[in-house]
Design a protein around this ligand. Structure first.
Ligand SMILES: [Fe+2]
Length: 201
């Protein structure tokens, strides 16, 4: 397959980050700027087929999904998806194999960029992603599905498409799904080291 260019998807994800939530986070601007900066960058097409993919694909068709879901759909099978926390053994297989993530932009991303990381994260229904911390500041914007999110100081709260979850550096946070899966765009800014990623529980 020819190289991929994500122009429409990157502009749509940048617009999702730009929407002002309960606070206007600088990290949203960092992520949106990176997406627009790389809107015409190309990378080799991947061919991934994870067991979780079919459920996540159906989430994108949900009428409540953000408009950017339409722009993600054509690329779903051509992103460098992997199971969160599986390869490094940080999360037990029964949980890790129920979630998938891709780093679109970043030092380990499909498109190289040293200034931040931007990606997609998905969690299938009935999955409890244990509490985690990391050095990077983080923003999630929920694109599709329903999920309960926790962060230190805020109990588990049901979040919907368009909701924004902002985590300060090293602030413990978690996500769990019940009847629905979850898809979100994420941005990391600040200290981007994966070595400082810790799981608790
Ligand atoms: Fe996180």
């Amino acid at each position: 397959m020819a190289d991929l260019v994500f122009s429409n998807m990157f502009h749509a994800l940048a617009s999702a980050l730009d929407q002002e939530g309960e606070c206007s986070e600088n990290i949203a601007r960092v992520g949106a700027d990176a997406l627009r900066r790389h809107a015409e960058s190309s990378c080799p097409a991947e061919k991934t087929s994870l067991a979780t993919g079919e459920e996540i694909f159906s989430l994108l068709q949900s009428p409540k999904a953000l408009p950017c879901a339409v722009e993600i759909t054509p690329y779903m099978d051509h992103l460098s998806w992997h199971y969160s926390g599986y390869e490094d053994g940080g999360i037990s297989a029964d949980v890790a194999l129920r979630m998938q993530t891709v780093e679109l932009i970043g030092a380990d991303g499909m498109i190289d960029d040293p200034t931040c990381r931007v990606g997609l994260f998905a969690q299938t229904a009935n999955t409890d992603y244990i509490i985690r911390t990391h050095s990077a500041e983080e923003l999630f914007v929920q694109i599709a599905g329903e999920a309960e999110w926790y962060k230190q100081g805020t109990p588990y709260t049901m979040r919907h498409p368009g909701d924004r979850m902002h985590h300060a550096s090293y602030q413990p946070h978690a996500s769990r799904t019940i009847n629905s899966g979850l898809l979100a765009v994420w941005v990391w800014a600040g200290d981007l080291a994966y070595e400082n990623y810790n799981y608790q529980g």
